[in-house]
Each structure stands twice: as structure tokens, then as C-alpha cells.
Design a binder for this molecule. Structure first.
Ligand SMILES: [Zn+2]
Ligand SMILES: [Zn+2]
Length: 330
């Protein structure tokens, strides 16, 4: 009898929390949409350009190299002429030292001193280096000391470097900003997600001379449609490449709780019974095709094999796999 009572109380509590979350989602979505509607920007007058660009995935879900570690997180080493950018710092789900990121850096002969700047796409655990980091609003390359130089960190929200790797100083980016000649943030695009709440994310945009803008994306919660819209709002140049996470855990996911596809629920601005669907992937492909990029590469950390297959079919030779250790040269 007591067991039944406890069960009924727990069920009622879960139902109440669920209803509260659904109400919060409706209100939060309206707030994020209003915030976005107020964000209009003029084009960069002189964004500058770079001659060479390469993207080396240091952390992601797949690799062909057995000496490298994988996980459902993101860290990319972006080299634009003589500037090296560390975009996000992985997940480190098992709280290791060295983390998968440090292990892969060492294996790929990337030094902790190589980056000139750190670009944090958004403050989610799979990009900040862990759950603790997300809760405490910090980021860590590993769960142990890392000799990071005093380089700038560009983030859409106020996060501090963890005690493991003090030194870098965070600069909050909200609007489209030129970070260095040819290298920019497209500025924050807000979105309210079920469970994860109000999420501010920005992406890196690099203008490659004679080619166009290569957009490098963390999780892609903004939606690719809005990322493209923002990029066209601030640049005259055509979109040449779209690389990174777009969050399509459809018909499969990378973080499962039993049969529940966690990524599909937490990363959506729709209630769980709608969530992210096949039609969203089709819409994304249609939106990307409209701008005819020459390089399309979807991160497997937050998209399913099903979604990746759809992209491969849609983009053919234009499609490039995102795999740890496999450099994408533009
Ligand atoms: Zn992610
Ligand atoms: Zn995320």
C-alpha cells in the first residue's frame, strides 16, 4: 500500500514537472523569438579575408584512426592563415586527465600553446569539457592542469576558465564581430530548448579569399536556416562551406538513456512528442542547397547516421566526413 502511494506521488510529481516544462517552453520560445526579431545588423564594411583555411576535428564522434579517442562532443582546431583557433573543448564525459581532447592533441602533435584564441560556441557540456563545467559556468580542456597561454576566449555567455587552466580571459560576444582580419563571429542567435532552456549560440565565419564564407558551427541549436540568414545579413560574400554540428539526432542519437534519445528531446524547441523529425532534416537540406555551398560537413556528435546518410545523398561530392584527426582543407 505504501509502495503504491509512493509510486502515485512520484508519477504526479513527474507529470507536474513535465507540464511546467511545457509551459516554460511556450513562454521561453516567444521570448527567444522576440529577442531574435530585434536583432538586425548591417553588413561588415571590410571583413578582411584569409588565404588558407583548414579545420582539424580534435574531438567528435567518429574517427578512422584507432590511436585517437572519440566522444559525443566537439573540439576543432581551425587554422586561418597564421591564426589558430580552438573551437570548443570537447565533452570529457568520463572526467579524465588527460581528456580525450588532450590525448588527441598529443597524438596529432598539437601543442597546448598552438591556439591564439578559444572560441566557445555555446555553454553546453559537450562543448565546455563536462557536466560540472556547464553547471559552474566554466570550461576545461581536461580534469588536470593545462598550460594555456593568456589568450582571448570568445563566448556568447560569461564563462570562466577553470582552475585547471587559468590564464585565458573571456570576452562575451553578442553581436556579429570581426575577431581578426577575415575571421568573425556571426553573433548570438537565441533559441529556447526543452530542458536546456534559453540557449545562446554563435558560430565562426571565415572569409576565404576567392571562395567565400566558411561557417563553422558547434551544436547548431540556432538552426541552419537562421545561421544562413544571419551570415547573409552580415556578409556580401557567398557561403562557401558549412561545417559542424546541426543537431539532427533523428532515427538514432549519440546519448541514449535506455530507449530514450536524450539529444532529440533536450536540443529541440518543440515538446518531446513533436521534437526533431525527418521533415526538419529535409528542410535543412533544402535551405543549404539554396546557397549552393562547395563544402558541407555534418558533425556526427549530435546528428544520427540516418541524418548523415541523407546529407551524403543530397550533397554528393560536396559532402565531407567529419572525423577526428582528418583535416578538412578548404
Ligand atoms: Zn553539441
Ligand atoms: Zn548544445
Amino acid at each position: 500500500m505504501i509502495a503504491l502511494y509512493i509510486f502515485l506521488c512520484l508519477t504526479a510529481l513527474i507529470v507536474l514537472i513535465f507540464i511546467k516544462k511545457v509551459i516554460q517552453l511556450k513562454k521561453g520560445k516567444e521570448k527567444a523569438d522576440t529577442q531574435l526579431a530585434g536583432m538586425t545588423f548591417t553588413k561588415f564594411s571590410s571583413p578582411g579575408s584569409v588565404k588558407q583555411l583548414s579545420i582539424l576535428p580534435l574531438v567528435d564522434y567518429y574517427t578512422d584512426n584507432v590511436d585517437l579517442k572519440t566522444e559525443p562532443g566537439v573540439s576543432y582546431l581551425v587554422k586561418a592563415d597564421d591564426t589558430t583557433i580552438l573551437l570548443d573543448v570537447g565533452f570529457n564525459k568520463k572526467k579524465e586527465h588527460p581528456s580525450p581532447l588532450l590525448h588527441n592533441m598529443k597524438t596529432l602533435k598539437v601543442s597546448e600553446n598552438d591556439p591564439d584564441m578559444i572560441f566557445i560556441s555555446h555553454a553546453h557540456l559537450d562543448h565546455l569539457g563536462g557536466m560540472k563545467e556547464q553547471k559552474e559556468k566554466t570550461f576545461s580542456l581536461s580534469q588536470g592542469p593545462v598550460n594555456l597561454s593568456n589568450i582571448p576566449v570568445y563566448s556568447p555567455v560569461n564563462i570562466a576558465a577553470s582552475s585547471w587552466n587559468p590564464g585565458p580571459e573571456t570576452k562575451i560576444i553578442t553581436e556579429p564581430t570581426i575577431l581578426k582580419d577575415g575571421i568573425a563571429s556571426i553573433g548570438v542567435i537565441p533559441r529556447f530548448l526543452f530542458l536546456m532552456g534559453h540557449t545562446l549560440e554563435h558560430s565562426l565565419a571565415i572569409n576565404v579569399a576567392g571562395k567565400g564564407i566558411v561557417i563553422i558551427i558547434g551544436c547548431g541549436h540556432q538552426t541552419i536556416e537562421r545561421i544562413i540568414e544571419r551570415t547573409q545579413m552580415i556578409f556580401d560574400e557567398p557561403i562557401y562551406g558549412i561545417i559542424g554540428g546541426l543537431h539532427y539526432p533523428v532515427n538514432g542519437g549519440r546519448i541514449m538513456l535506455g530507449p530514450i534519445n536524450i539529444q532529440r528531446i533536450v536540443g529541440s524547441d518543440k515538446p518531446p512528442w513533436v521534437s526533431i523529425r525527418e521533415t526538419d532534416v529535409k528542410s535543412a537540406i533544402a535551405a543549404i542547397k539554396k546557397v549552393s555551398p562547395k563544402v558541407v560537413a555534418l558533425s556526427p556528435h549530435d546528428s544520427s547516421d540516418w541524418a548523415i546518410d541523407r546529407f551524403k545523398q543530397a550533397f554528393g561530392d560536396t559532402y565531407v566526413d567529419v572525423k577526428v584527426g582528418k583535416e578538412i582543407v578548404i
